[in-house]
Design a protein around this ligand. Structure first.
Ligand code: AMP
Ligand code: MG
Length: 451
């Protein structure tokens, strides 16, 4: 028995608020009224879509359909891994004023230039200046201020002598060694100058940028919104972890790997649970999913007797942009729009689901979250295994990339069946073999996508 919240509730909350599509039937029938289940027709144009598109073309199609969802102001601590939607300029110099980079003595360089261990310079200490206080005295010839790191430089001082090169006195200090003129100072504006552009629009915020924003006094920053991404698993055989594990059932791994991928790509995953292979319930689940910014389904897009996803989507006015990609694993991957909502229908096999997410959904979510870099980084490596490959099909194998004797090598993770999810878990890269390539021999130079 599933005890879940409604999908409506799930759409208001992140992962954890999973909804059971099985419950929707009893809880809500209004969503169903929009669905005309009988009028399913695939016209000639749609049949043309069955032509497999190349991966690059499919990616262009997806990216051409999407825009960022919006922008919002968030507190600095919530901004990690978000992307700026404003240019940030410095309202003031950093540092705001000249200050000491050392614990020591603020001096006039001329007074200490000749200092040495056997004939120290002797200066009168005017005050002891902790960080966070303003100096009360200006430095005159023959005087010094004992200064702590970060304290503002007193007027008249041009150099700080570090305490290790003195006798450390608070009254009359002996200086044993002269640093170079201007040593041990942090100059006003040396880090960032007032008015300077510090972060461009569409800058990803890493820990360093959070620090920079904080140092500019910004408590909030304008960023791109995270799209809410509904994830719907399908299949009579699919059960969730924790449910009674009866014969013939398969555990739902896709919702969880996809949720992780969505979160890593910058989206907010909303798990809609598992829709059985029944048109009515599946349609209700899809209706719920279409309230999100993006809908991802997994399974039910092959040519099996009970593969109803496409049929149900059509009833919502689904405009397919492609429907089959020349890729392995994952050829039944489908993409289209229902109104303004992009819908990705990924294959059910766990590896195919993850790989097609990588290829199509991740770049899409990155575009929607304002990222400029939409694709993974690649590296070249020397293949260690022989690989069988069909010509005309882009093929992504799970690989382990490593440095061996000064060379970058890659081996496959072992069996590459699209149901063998462990191959993804063992992999740190995808070996990306282009369409034109045929069987590949050990020693071949290949491109790998770094995961
Ligand atoms: P389908 O495309 O629905 O025919 O599914 C293809 C294969 O993927 C079948 O073996 C399914 O059991 C498996 N599969 C489908 N959905 C999931 C899921 N959510 N988690 C794990 N395996 C799945
Ligand atoms: Mg299925």
């Amino acid at each position: 028995m599933r005890t879940m919240t409604t999908p409506q509730a799930a759409l208001g909350s992140p992962v954890g608020g999973r909804a059971s599509c099985g419950m929707i039937l009893t809880m809500s029938t209004d969503l169903l009224s929009a669905v005309v289940l009988s009028s399913i027709r695939h016209d000639d144009e749609e049949l043309g879509m069955k032509q497999a598109v190349r991966v690059a073309e499919a990616q262009d199609i997806v990216l051409g359909c999407l825009q960022p969802v919006g922008i919002e102001k968030v507190a600095l601590l919530e901004a990690l891994h978000r992307v700026t939607a404003e240019e940030v300029t410095a309202p003031r110099h950093i540092p705001l004023e000249d200050n000491s980079a050392m614990d020591g003595y603020a001096v006039r360089h001329a007074d200490v230039a000749a200092a040495a261990r056997d004939h120290p310079a002797v200066l009168q200490v005017l005050e002891v200046l902790p960080a966070g206080r303003s100096p009360r005295h200006a430095i005159l010839p023959g005087t010094a201020v004992k200064i702590m790191t970060g304290a503002p430089l007193p007027q008249g001082a041009d150099t700080v002598v570090q305490v290790e090169h003195t006798d450390g006195s608070d009254a009359q200090v002996q200086i044993y060694r002269a640093p170079r003129l201007g040593s041990n100072l942090r100059r006003r504006g040396e880090d960032i100058r007032a008015g300077e552009s510090v972060l461009a629009v569409q800058t990803p915020l890493r820990p360093a940028e959070l620090g920079v924003l904080a140092s500019l006094g910004k408590a909030q920053v304008l960023v791109y919104q995270r799209p809410r991404v509904a994830i719907l698993a399908t299949g009579d055989e699919i059960i969730d972890p924790g449910e009674p594990d009866t014969q013939g059932k398969i555990l739902n791994s896709n919702s969880y790997s996809l949720a992780g991928q969505v979160a890593e790509a910058g989206g907010i995953p909303l798990l809609l649970g598992v829709a059985p292979d029944q048109r009515e319930i599946m349609s209700q689940c899809i209706a719920s999913g279409l309230r999100a910014d993006v809908l991802i389904t997994s399974g039910g897009v092959s040519v099996g007797t009970f593969d109803y996803v496409r049929e149900c989507l059509d009833a919502f006015g689904f405009q397919a942009r492609f429907w089959t990609v020349a890729v392995r694993p994952g050829s039944p991957a489908t993409f289209g729009m229902v109104g303004q909502v992009p819908v990705f229908s990924l294959p059910g096999n766990p590896v195919a689901s993850m790989v097609t997410f990588e290829l199509f959904v991740r770049p899409a979510l990155r575009k929607m979250t304002g990222q400029r870099e939409l694709f993974r980084a690649y590296s070249e490596a020397i293949l260690q295994d022989a690989v069988e490959k069909r010509q005309g099909v882009r093929t992504l194998l799970r690989g382990v990339l490593q440095q061996q004797d000064g060379q970058t090598t890659v081996s496959t993770t072992g069996p590459q069946g699209s149901g063998i999810l462990r191959s993804m878990s063992l992999a740190n890269c995808l070996i990306d073999l282009p369409e034109e390539m045929e069987h590949v021999q050990p020693g071949a130079r290949v491109q790998v996508m770094l995961l």
